[in-house]
Ligand binder design. Structure first.
Ligand SMILES: *Cc1c(COP(=O)(O)O)cnc(C)c1O
Length: 453
């Protein structure tokens, strides 16, 4: 299919792909995209795709937002790059930190910048290790997360991620402990109520803390809604059940809001949607609406005070990336926060979320959809061979990949994740675009289920 000089062939010849199924690429070729229009992207052949995944969850304002482009351009004109080392930082960095604390659920706090979500989680782990040592508890190093969590790909954040694919790297590193995923539909036992399920998970946490020793545990990280693990909202009451246990044992709770932050769940933060206040927040992706690579650690008042005191004691925090707090990134983030919160994007999520759910509820009537789940503008449909027993399709059938590939042919991008298909559209989606999304998705579901059922 690929001509030797085609974009597809050139891509395959010289690029090493990440998180990409190579047999599919060899069979179908690469979608090489050139630009976007609103929530659509356009490939080298001029074909348009409605990107129901907002790029990688992050392009919430679409692919050609004028205000964001102008903000980036203006900052490039004014001051195109600087660092935040040695007592210098850009004015944009100062303003973004103020803004992030202002919009955070915290009364006060401090912000540290990275280039990605992985680095922000990695940075948070280093901060906790640093803090506990400084406070005379150097053995507090273990990190608790959950199976199916996604926290990134650096050696530390991949160790926090609870996915079997990291075995190929010999990860996780020692000291990274994964607890049960709070997905009631999949992991609840027969006859177990949602309440009992949550109580079991709380007991498990208590047992793990007893077994390992509270004074060996540095922190607990959780996404409010698990994103790349398959869009998994927590079982009802989950955070209310676990937070008191963590508090009792002095274990900080870090909310990884890389996907949930800035409106995805229908509130500014996912922790607000699920009614808990963490000790720190990790932000990235939506932070710049995908227009600049940037991550941030936002410490709440307790951790901010303690980390600052630990830094004062040794006079310096020896950590930072060359581009931490990049002035263009900060200017773009300031604009992105304004666009999402004040230009109707957050409201559009709240307005359209019920219609999105209604459409999914309708599609979930199909005999081969086991569950639809999600909140706000992040949802998944899970395909099953047998609805009553929740038996999945045979893995060799690659059902979710087939659905996603059929969607791609129809001009709709959605992501296969395990046996699920993920929908997380840009916040600018219109009613008409939502109709287009569901019309194409339903056509793909019907075609694929007819083949495999
Ligand atoms: C994407 C993601 C990360 C990693 O961010 P990168 O910028 O890809 O390093 C971390 N946590 C969550 C919840 C994510 O979705």
């Amino acid at each position: 299919m690929n001509q030797p000089q085609s974009w597809e062939a050139r891509a395959e010849e010289y690029s090493l792909y990440g998180f990409t199924d190579m047999p599919t690429i060899h069979r179908r070729g690469t979608v090489v995209v050139t630009h976007g229009e609103g929530p659509y992207v356009v490939d080298v052949h001029g074909k348009r795709y409605l990107d129901a995944n907002s790029g990688l969850w992050n392009m919430v304002a679409g692919f050609d937002h004028r205000g964001l482009i102008d903000a980036a351009k203006a900052q490039y004109e004014r001051f195109p790059g600087y660092h935040a080392f040695f007592g210098r930082m850009s004015d944009q960095t100062v303003m973004l930190s103020e803004k992030l604390v202002e919009v955070s659920p915290f009364d006060s706090g401090k912000v540290f910048y990275t280039n990605s979500g992985s680095e922000a989680n990695d940075t948070m782990v280093k901060m906790l290790w640093f803090l506990h040592r400084a406070e005379g508890k150097p053995q507090r190093r273990k990190i608790l997360t959950r199976w199916n969590a996604y926290h990134g790909v650096t050696a530390v954040s991949a160790s926090m991620t609870g996915k079997p694919y990291n075995e190929v790297f010999g990860l996780p590193l020692p000291g990274f402990i994964h607890l049960t995923c709070p997905h009631y539909w999949r992991y609840g036992e027969v006859g177990e109520s949602e309440e009992q399920f949550v109580a079991r998970l709380a007991r498990e946490l208590e047992e793990v803390i007893q077994r390992e020793g509270a004074d060996t545990i540095a922190g607990f990280f959780a996404e409010p809604v698990m994103g790349a693990g398959g869009v998994i909202p927590p079982a009802k009451g989950y955070f209310q059940a676990i937070q008191p246990i963590l508090k009792k044992h002095g274990i900080p709770l870090v909310s990884d809001e890389v996907i949930c932050g800035f409106g995805r769940t229908g509130n500014t933060w996912g922790c607000q949607t699920y009614g808990f206040t963490p000790d720190a927040i990790i932000s990235s992706k939506n932070l710049t609406a995908g227009f600049f690579p940037m991550g941030a650690v936002i410490l709440g008042p307790d951790l901010a005070g303690r980390v600052q005191a630990a830094v004062e004691a040794i006079e310096e925090f020896p950590h930072g990336f060359t581009a931490s707090g990049h002035p263009v990134g900060c200017a773009v983030a300031l604009k992105a926060i304004d666009v999402v919160m004040n230009e109707g994007l957050a409201e559009n999520v709240i307005r359209l979320a019920p219609r999105l759910e209604e459409n999914l509820r309708r599609l979930a009537q199909k005999p081969n959809i086991g569950e639809y789940r999600g909140v706000g503008f992040m949802w998944a449909l899970e395909a099953v061979r047998d609805k009553a027993t929740k038996t999945p399709f045979e893995a060799t059938l690659s059902v979710s990949e087939r659905i996603a590939n059929t969607c791609t042919d129809l001009g709709l991008i959605c992501r296969p994740l395990g046996q699920s298909v993920v929908l997380c559209p840009p916040f600018i989606l219109t009613d008409g675009q939502m109709d287009e999304m569901f019309q194409k998705l339903e056509q793909a579901l019907d075609e694929v289920f007819a083949e495999v059922a």
